[in-house]
Write a protein that binds this ligand. Structure first.
Ligand SMILES: *[C@@H]1O[C@H](CO)[C@@H](O)[C@H](O)[C@H]1NC(C)=O
Ligand SMILES: *[C@@H]1O[C@H](CO)[C@@H](O)[C@H](O)[C@H]1NC(C)=O
Ligand SMILES: *[C@@H]1O[C@H](CO)[C@@H](O)[C@H](O)[C@H]1NC(C)=O
Ligand SMILES: *[C@@H]1O[C@H](CO)[C@@H](O)[C@H](O)[C@H]1NC(C)=O
Ligand SMILES: [Cu+2]
Length: 386
């Protein structure tokens, strides 16, 4: 009885929220939704199928095709409002082609924040999965599903990775920081810059080789990475930003929902809401629903952080009812929890920032924010379970 009652109550709350979210929806609802898994949760048979589709796509020139589009449009689809919509549409396009080879293909994502302390030790980067660092003077990748591949775009070369930090990869961004970005991103510009210039940039930069170039889709990690970036955008969208897109386009005009997606010439509105039009995918961690769900991480934050730190860095979590009840905890209580302090993330070298013509002031302020975050969390005695 209690179960039935809560189900009805939940449905009554969910319906008005859905119709508000759909006020701007012009696309038909998908008749079925498929789920993109985290790569390491794929079954052995699903991974075998995925690898064989990828080999066939490589044989038929699709890696070069996608690398060429990304390279040609690079300046327009980064550091602008195009960043999220273009890449959502682009990953969908890749997945569409792959599903033409085998309808059971779904594009997995890599939850890179899980591996943020020591990315080089990630299981994803082992020979059973996508392989690790390149070998020899040209850093040709010799293991994983792209082992020994020769790429043709922009000219013939071996498929390569050149990990930073002498092959060890420096730490990147914690799940806590991404959660903080999602909660503090009060405009598309703020949220987009934080994602683009932290986790997004550092994975490209740290991996080196093909993934570091404007033709980065040569490395299939590109698709895993951008599916994850897309998932983070969706998490933000579910926090009352379903239709938020205002941000500067590449020509410095203000973006609206009817602005076209670069290269595809389709309105941005067509990709905004998962579950409609061609966007019939959802992420295993974040099934389609009108509002964000409370996560285990949020519970950990509520139970571990003093209220001032919580409200500064996690304003949404701080407003959850449980937060009001959470007592201030002293650092030594926090220190007895499992987990470890958060390491400071990799910073981009200044010369790289200049050559990529990114605005150094913006990059520096975002990197400072990320360091201030780590300092505040560690000073509060927070131990990251990750
Ligand atoms: C890649 O190119 C190299 C050098 O041209 C060649 O020796 C090798 O056999 C090629 N590998 C594949 C898998 O085609
Ligand atoms: C590999 O990366 C290092 C910096 O991490 C750089 O100095 C070196 O030139 C790169 N090598 C190649 C072949 O790209
Ligand atoms: C873009 O437009 C805004 C608003 O008109 C203006 O403040 C800004 O300086 C422009 N930026 C560039 C790079 O032209
Ligand atoms: C999150 O949790 C709080 C209480 O713990 C609850 O009141 C709220 O409805 C939850 N939000 C969602 C979207 O589930
Ligand atoms: Cu890109």
């Amino acid at each position: 009885m209690r179960l039935i009652f809560s189900f009805l109550a939940a449905a009554a709350i969910a319906l008005p929220a859905l119709s508000v979210a759909n006020a701007q929806q012009t696309q038909p609802a998908c008749s079925s939704i498929y789920t993109r898994p985290e790569i390491l949760s794929m079954s052995a048979s699903q991974w075998t199928l995925t690898k064989s589709v990828l080999s066939a796509m490589h044989r038929d020139g699709w890696f070069a095709w996608f690398a060429q589009i990304h390279d040609s449009w690079f300046g327009k689809i980064h550091s602008s409002s195009q960043f999220f919509p273009f890449h959502r549409r682009f990953i969908y396009d890749w997945e569409r082609v792959a599903r033409g080879y085998n309808g059971a293909y779904v594009q997995p994502y890599w939850d890179e924040t899980r591996d943020y302390r020591t990315p080089a030790l990630s299981q994803v980067l082992t020979s059973s999965w996508v392989g690790g660092n390149g070998q020899g003077s040209n850093f040709c990748v010799q293991d994983g599903n792209q082992a020994g591949w020769n790429m043709t775009y922009p000219s013939d070369h071996c498929f390569s990775r050149n990990f930073t930090n002498n092959g060890n990869l420096a730490p990147w961004y914690s799940p806590e920081y991404l959660q903080s970005i999602i909660e503090r991103g009060d405009s598309m510009t703020t949220f987009r810059f934080h994602v683009e210039l932290t986790l997004h940039g550092v994975v490209h930069f740290n991996m080196g080789g093909d993934l570091f170039q404007n033709y980065s889709p040569n490395d299939w990690i590109f698709m895993l990475h951008h599916a994850n970036i897309d998932r983070l955008w969706w998490q933000w969208q579910m926090n009352n930003h379903m239709w938020t897109i205002e941000d500067r386009n590449f020509d410095n005009t203000t973006t609206t929902l009817s602005t076209n997606i670069a290269y595809y010439n389709e309105p941005i509105s067509t990709v905004m809401q998962l579950g409609y039009g061609s966007m019939c995918h959802q992420y295993a961690s974040d099934p389609i629903r009108p509002q964000a769900h409370n996560s285990t991480l949020q519970n950990t934050l509520i139970n571990s952080l003093p209220n001032d730190v919580l409200s500064t860095w996690f304003p949404i979590t701080a407003k959850l009812p449980a937060a009001a009840a959470a007592p201030n905890i002293t650092p030594d209580i926090a220190a007895s929890r499992p987990g470890k302090p958060i390491p400071y993330p990799t910073q981009f070298p200044q010369d790289w920032v200049k050559t990529r013509s990114r605005d150094p002031t913006t990059v520096n302020s975002i990197e400072k924010d990320a360091r201030d975050f780590v300092t505040a969390m560690n000073n509060a005695g927070y131990k990251s379970p990750g």
